[in-house]
Structures are given as structure tokens and as C-alpha cells.
Design a protein around this ligand. Structure first.
Ligand code: BES
Ligand code: MN
Ligand code: ZN
Length: 500
């Protein structure tokens, strides 16, 4: 699908999309089409329930007085409701409604609306962004899908007076979408294809093109560093564990000495549970247990792609958690890079073991301003928050507020969860410095307490994204499947608080 921004002027054929405001108030383009069709739009408004409200749409097929295939009326709601998220969602809905149109050519008229919360060119850019985000498809393994069943939309043209302004604004959003798509690709790949070395390689290949420095540490190097916690998780797999370290310096030479900001991700390419093996039902979901790592890689792509003015480190711990003759056993005691020893009571609580070494390594090597990690860490967070919010755990109120605000803005919502010494206590054990699970309640919090033992005083936030990484139904800008939740949120977070 080719997205373009062009001068207003209704095309002769294909599909035309025009907006209608609340109470059936026609935009300029809708009024022009109404005249051209001998009043068909006004009659349609009278005949049906479409009133121009947000989320509403109405099709006029083969309208008389034109050679168009159809006119798609979309509701804009009240002018002051025309804002960033609404326009992105509308763009997504327009894509979903027109993706199978036979002509393959869709033009969207974007009018200036007096009193709107967003200018026309900015609306056009956000509509286009929403459409692109919705157009994602992971279909590389579908060899028998008929052409007629695939999306046929070829050109999506946004008509707006200041089309060059819209185009420029969209150029940045398009780079973020590239990051979102890369994350969705990684998360969607099955584990026989995307094992730790492959995740590392694909990340390196794509990010190097954008000027990101990428180092891949193998098991020998991690052993030298003393990463017994991470290595224990991967030791039952025939696939080698990898630690990928990505650095992007967008601030230029002058700021080389400034502390970077850091993002880390859990990259468990498949989580069988290990010897504490998971039940069979739904285990296939554990191919996306590398979702946190996928987000970090996609975020690096977005930031480098749009040349963000920030110095940032991305670190992902890539392992496969398998049972096997050499697998870690319940009761094993491992020594982490921090020197702290861990009794592995349950080999299925593996994500925290991977992140423990990644966090410590990051802190020691980079002394970052803060660390934000993402992980599909616990089933318990799904019980707590469902798929509407990701869990936020942090030792820093200011950092939490910034993350929450950024999420609110772009529609990836975070809910801060409590932490404290009473929860932390549950990790104590007699034979080692800590065990890797606690009692029955508050599983997500105890997991966060475990991570906190590896960050010391560094400002830190942990996003438990187990409930939001994979979606079973379509949303306006997020088709079902891998969501890439976190890429847009953290890109906005960087834009609003750490650039310049
Ligand atoms: N990867 C899982 C968490 C998960 C569950 C992610 C469902 C996405 C969907 C994690 O490694 C895990 O197995 N956690 C255990 C922890 C328990 C053993 C303390 C869990 O949540 O059951
Ligand atoms: Mn697990
Ligand atoms: Zn896991």
C-alpha cells in the first residue's frame, strides 16, 4: 500500500472517504460530493442512523452522478474531539473498511474543521499513521491464500491543502511504524525459526543499517562475566544464549560523556517452563515470551530511524527455556553477575533470572540515567489487569509519572502497582541469598521485587507486558496478533522528556 499526501480535488473513480461532523454537519468535501450526487449524502443521513459520531461510518455504493465505486462517510464527532488518538483510530478504521475495495484506490478528503483540536495537515498525518499501523499482516507462511482474499488496497491518498506539511509530519511517524512492524514481525515468528541467535542476528542486521552499534555476547563471554543466572535458564537448550547490546548516540559527539538512558527486554524465545514444565494447553503462546526484547529492538529502530536526539542503550537477554538432560533443576543454586546467589525453586520463573544479569550488566557498564525493562514476566499480571493496562513497577515516582503520561497520550496504558519490603521478604531463603519465587499471592509484585534486587540505586521501572503483548481481536490501529505494545509508548516518552 502506497500512502501519499496530495492537493484536494475529488478523483473520478475508486473510493472517496469524507468526514461528517456530529449532528450530521457536512464537511466542505462532503458538501461538495452531496451537490455532485444530487443530494445523496443528505438523504442518506436522513434515512439511516449515521449521525457523524465517532466510530460511525456509512457507505454509499455506486453513487449516481459520479463514476465512483463508493463514498465512505466517516464520523468525526464534535470538532473539539478531533485529537491525535481519535485520528489514528479513524485512520485504522478507514483502512479496515477499504482494504478489500476492488479498485484498490482510496482517496481521503481531509478538511479544515473550525474549532478542531488538530490542524488539517496534522490530522492527515495521524490518519495515515493509523492506517499504516492497522495494515500490518504476518502472512509469510501462508502459501495458499488466494489473491482475492488478500488486501487489495494499493494507493491511499490523503487530500489536504498543506499536503507538504502533512507529508513531513508523517515521515517521522512512518519511522516509528517501521519499529512497530519490526517488533510485530519478531513476536510473530515461531520459535523454530526465531531462536536466540536468530533474534540477535536479525536485530543486528536491521539496526546496523541505521547506525546503531550492536554487540552480541555468546555463552563463553557471559560465563566470563559471571552471568550464572541468565546462563542457567538457557542451559537445557541446544540453542546458544545471547546477550545483545545496542547503543545509539543521537546527541552527537559533544554528549558522548553524558549518561545514556537504557531499555532492557526479556527475550525468552520459547518458554516451556523447563523442568517445572508448563501444561500443554496454550503453550504455543510462549513463542512470544520474547516480547519485551522485541519491543526494545523495535524501539531502537524507531529512535535511530527518526534520528532521535538522545543517547540510548538497548539490551536484550535471549534464551530458550527447555527441559533436557542438561537443564537446570528445581533447587539448583546459581550465582548471578552481581555475586548474589539464587535458589531456583521453579524453573518456570525464568524471565527474572535472565533480567537479573542483564540489569546488573547494564548498570555496571553504562551507569545509565535510568533503566526501563519490559517483560512478559507473569501470568499474574493478566489476572490483575487483563489486556487493558500493562503493570508498572518502579523505585522512582518521577520516572513512573513520565511513563504513565506517555502511555496515556498514545493509548498504551500503564497501571502502577505497589512494591515494598513486606513483599520482598518472601524471596528470602535459608540456603542462598534469595529464591526465585515467593508465596501464592501477589506474584507480579514479587517478581518485580526480585528484579529490584539487581538495580541498586539506579532509577528503574519494570513493565510487565504479559497481558498486552498478544491480542486475540482487532483494535483500530492494532490488528490481532503481536501488538508491539511499548514501542510507541517509549518513543513518546523519549520525545517528551529526553530529547534536546
Ligand atoms: N512467560 C511466563 C509468563 C506469561 C504467562 C507470559 C502467560 C505470557 C502469558 C513466565 O515465565 C512464567 O512462566 N511465569 C510464571 C511464574 C511462576 C512460576 C512464579 C507464572 O506466571 O505462572
Ligand atoms: Mn516461565
Ligand atoms: Zn517466561
Amino acid at each position: 500500500m502506497k500512502i501519499s499526501f496530495v492537493k484536494p480535488g475529488l478523483p473520478a473513480t475508486g473510493t472517496v472517504v469524507v468526514g461528517v461532523l456530529a449532528k450530521g454537519t457536512l464537511t466542505k468535501s462532503a458538501a461538495a460530493l452531496d451537490r455532485q450526487t444530487g443530494g445523496a449524502i443528505k438523504r442518506a443521513l436522513k434515512a439511516g442512523r449515521f449521525e457523524g459520531n465517532k466510530g460511525q461510518s456509512l457507505s454509499l455504493v455506486a453513487p449516481a452522478g459520479t463514476r465512483l465505486d463508493r463514498i465512505l462517510l466517516v464520523g468525526l464527532g464534535k470538532p473539539d474531539e478531533i485529537a491525535v488518538a481519535e485520528m489514528e483510530n479513524l485512520g485504522g478504521r478507514i483502512y479496515a473498511e477499504t482494504q478489500r475495495d476492488k479498485s484498490g484506490a482510496v482517496a481521503v478528503a481531509v478538511d479544515h474543521v473550525p474549532g478542531a483540536g488538530l490542524s488539517a495537515p496534522e490530522s492527515a498525518a495521524r490518519l495515515a499513521y493509523g492506517a499504516r499501523l492497522r495494515s500490518y499482516r504476518f502472512d509469510k507462511y501462508r502459501t495458499k491464500e488466494k489473491a482475492a482474499d488478500k488486501p487489495s488496497l494499493r494507493t491511499l491518498a490523503f487530500q489536504v491543502e498543506k499536503f507538504d506539511v502533512a507529508k513531513k509530519s508523517y515521515a517521522t511517524l512512518d519511522k516509528i511504524a517501521n519499529g512497530v512492524f519490526f517488533t510485530r514481525d519478531l513476536v510473530s515468528e515461531p520459535a523454530n525459526i526465531l531462536y536466540p541467535a536468530e533474534l540477535a542476528k536479525r536485530s543486528a542486521d536491521e539496526l546496523k543499517k541505521l547506525g546503531v552499534k550492536v554487540e552480541i555476547l555468546g555463552e563463553a563471554q557471559m560465563k566470563k562475566l559471571g552471568m550464572g543466572s541468565l546462563l542457567g535458564v538457557g542451559q537445557g537448550s541446544i540453542r546458544e544464549s545471547k546477550l545483545v547490546v545496542m547503543t545509539y548516540n543521537g546527541k552527537g559527539a559533544a554528549a558522548r560523556r553524558e549518561q545514556p538512558i537504557a531499555f532492557l527486554g526479556k527475550g525468552v524465545c520459547f518458554d516451556t517452563g523447563g523442568i517445572s514444565i508448563k501444561p500443554a494447553g496454550g503453550m504455543e503462546d510462549m513463542k512470544w515470551d520474547m516480547g519485551g526484547a522485541g519491543v526494545v529492538v523495535g524501539l531502537m529502530m524507531a529512535l535511530a530511524g527518526r534520528k532521535a536526539k538522545v543517547n540510548v542503550v538497548g539490551i536484550i537477554g535471549c534464551v530458550e527455556n527447555m527441559p533436557g538432560g542438561n537443564a537446570q533443576r528445581p533447587g539448583d543454586i546459581v550465582t548471578s553477575m552481581s555475586g548474589q546467589t539464587i535458589e531456583v525453586i521453579n524453573t518456570d520463573a525464568e524471565g527474572r533470572l535472565v533480567l537479573a544479569d542483564a540489569l546488573w550488566y547494564c548498570k555496571e557498564r553504562f551507569n545509565p540515567k535510568f533503566m526501563v525493562n519490559l517483560a512478559t514476566l507473569t501470568g499474574a499480571i493478566i489476572v490483575s489487569l487483563g489486556a487493558q493496562y500493562a503493570g508498572l513497577f518502579s523505585n522512582d515516582d518521577a520516572l513512573s509519572d513520565k511513563l504513565t503520561k506517555a502511555g496515556q497520550k498514545i493509548g498504551e496504558k500503564l497501571w502502577r502497582m505497589p512494591m515494598g519490603a513486606e513483599y520482598d521478604k518472601e524471596l528470602n531463603t535459608d540456603g542462598a541469598d534469595m529464591k526465585n519465587i515467593g508465596g501464592r499471592g501477589g506474584g507480579s509484585i514479587i517478581a518485580a521485587q526480585f528484579l529490584q534486587r539487581f538495580v541498586e540505586k539506579t532509577p528503574w521501572a519494570h513493565l510487565d507486558i504479559a497481558g498486552v503483548t498478544w491480542s486475540k481481536s482487532d483494535a483500530p490501529t492494532v490488528p490481532k496478533g503481536g501488538t508491539a505494545f511499548g514501542v510507541r509508548l517509549l518513543d513518546q516518552f523519549v520525545t517528551d522528556f529526553y530529547e534536546g
